[in-house]
Design a protein around this ligand. Structure first.
Ligand SMILES: Cc1cc2nc3c(=O)[nH]c(=O)nc-3n(C[C@H](O)[C@H](O)[C@H](O)COP(=O)(O)OP(=O)(O)OC[C@H]3O[C@@H](n4cnc5c(N)ncnc54)[C@H](O)[C@@H]3O)c2cc1C
Length: 438
């Protein structure tokens, strides 16, 4: 059995930012389902929003609310925006390199449904730049240990207090991790869908475990479809064509090469217009024409997208590419408060897996990295402040619990069956919530 002060499940941006904001005297264990770099945080292309100055507050707030169909939690939105500059400064201090102009000032770009340019970026690999830097910093910390290829399959809980997790290591051995505090940072649910831009191993495990243990979930039917993923018939993750391409001038066209929608409307509106156009034309995709951006801008701002499309036989500086909408982001998730605490004691949830209501029914582009970073830091601060309480709580409720025996329970013998069960639990919950809202 392993023990730690805090166990964090996942190794994306939310997990790493939580770990780095915990004090160095705390023993922190990060466990992650695949290699540490295999997560959606590494895939983020477009960028990360920030409040440029006080004059942009109202507009940033309104853009976020409008994109979310005003179903957002206003308090979460306010916290995210007002803390954005602080966390960007943290990232820069840790060594993250954002694009700058010739005078050395930060450069900003724009994406769909943003009224102003307020997105920081690093070419079209912003997520990789941020997350690889945080991962490097975490690996330098003696108090943070990372175990790769370790899949959480359950938690151990007594009287609504989380005492740690149960997982399967790379050799298929089931093991318990005893921890005073547990943090879910397991990302999205794209692996449950046929067409998704997410990694296939992101399958909503934390949400399924919550359903099993009566931990509250929120807005489970709020699933975002991204309008522009590269069209493919192959099995696997769909390659995303960042919204900032449309922000910089790319146009959506039907088979007659005619525009049919205003490109910078919120994602769900654009995705629905594409679905309608595909149905009207009886086609499996529409076209995205990036040539209006210009070759020079394409090569400097979107080199990764350029290379990926070229691999598929399309030169985006000269011709349109086939695109289709795909599942992209999960606005719903494990219900948390403003400090990312779940409805179970000693248990937090951060990043895409959590839901504090910030995105409402639809996420504004480039708000998710920001949300993950702001609220993971808040989780770390609260865990630190309440650590004595959590330690006492875990000791009291954990007395007499045989962790080894818990991990050896028969229900964990058939992992394939467990996986199928979890998948069904989450998809059924999404459907149930959708029906409830109708
Ligand atoms: C292609 C793409 C482009 C994007 N572009 C942008 C963008 O430009 N700007 C923006 O703001 N957002 C963007 N997003 C969204 C953003 O990247 C994600 O919402 C964010 O990175 C999620 O971070 P996270 O830490 O919550 O989860 P992730 O980074 O996905 O990490 C989840 C982690 O949990 C682990 N895990 C999952 N289940 C288990 C388990 N059972 N046991 C152990 N470990 C587990 C995974 O292995 C992984 O390490 C993009 C997303 C995609 C897919």
């Amino acid at each position: 059995m392993l023990t730690s002060d805090v166990v964090i499940v996942g190794s994306g941006v939310s997990a790493l930012n939580c770990a780095l904001n915990l004090p160095r005297w705390m023993n922190v264990l990060i466990v992650t389902k695949d290699a540490a770099e295999k997560n959606d945080s590494f895939l983020a292309q477009g960028g990360i929003c920030v409040l440029r100055d006080e004059n942009d507050y109202d507009s940033f707030y309104e853009d976020t609310m409008r994109a979310g169909h005003y179903k957002n939690n206003p308090e979460s939105v306010d916290i995210m925006i007002t803390h954005s500059r602080e966390v960007i400064n943290d990232l820069i201090a840790w060594g993250v390199d954002f694009e700058k102009d010739e005078e050395g000032n930060l450069e900003y770009t724009r994406e769909g449904a943003h009224s102003n340019k307020r997105i920081l970026f690093h070419a079209d690999i912003t997520g990789k730049e941020i997350t690889s830097t945080l991962l490097e910093r975490a690996r330098e910390c003696d108090n943070i240990k990372i175990i790769e290829h370790f899949t959480m399959i359950d938690i151990i809980a007594r009287d609504n207090v989380c005492l740690g997790i149960i997982g399967v290591d790379k050799n298929g051995k089931t093991e318990a991790i005893k921890a005073n505090c547990t943090v879910f940072a397991t990302g999205g649910i794209g692996g449950l869908y046929k067409d998704s831009t997410n990694y296939r191993h992101l399958t909503g495990d934390a949400q399924a475990i919550c359903i099993e243990h009566g931990i509250e979930l929120l807005d489970m039917d709020y699933v975002q479809i991204h309008p522009t993923a590269f069209y493919s018939r192959e099995y696997g993750r769909r390659f995303l064509i960042s919204e900032s391409c449309r922000g910089e001038g790319a146009l959506l066209k039907n088979s007659k090469m005619e525009r049919f929608v205003e490109e910078l409307l919120p994602r769900d509106v654009v995705a629905n217009a594409i679905f309608a156009e595909m149905e009207k034309e009886g086609s499996e995709h529409v076209w995205l024409d990036l040539t209006p951006i210009g070759k020079e801008e394409i090569m400097s701002h979107f080199p990764n997208i350029y290379e990926k499309c070229l691999e598929h036989g399309y030169d985006i500086t000269r011709e349109p590419i086939p695109i289709t909408p795909a599942q992209h982001y999960f606005m719903g998730g494990v219900k948390v408060d403003m400090n990312s605490k779940t409805t179970m004691d000693n248990l937090y949830a951060v990043g895409e897996t959590a839901c504090n209501g910030v995105h409402g029914a639809n996420r504004l582009a480039s708000n998710s990295l920001l949300e993950a970073i702001v609220f993971a830091k808040r989780a770390a601060k609260e865990i630190t402040a309440k650590f004595d309480y959590y330690e006492k709580n875990a000791e009291e409720k954990g007395t007499g619990v045989d962790f080894e025996k818990e991990a050896g329970k028969e229900k964990y013998n058939d992992l394939e069956a467990l996986k199928e069960k979890y998948k069904k639990l989450v998809l059924d919950e999404i459907e149930k919530e959708r029906k409830n809202r109708e």
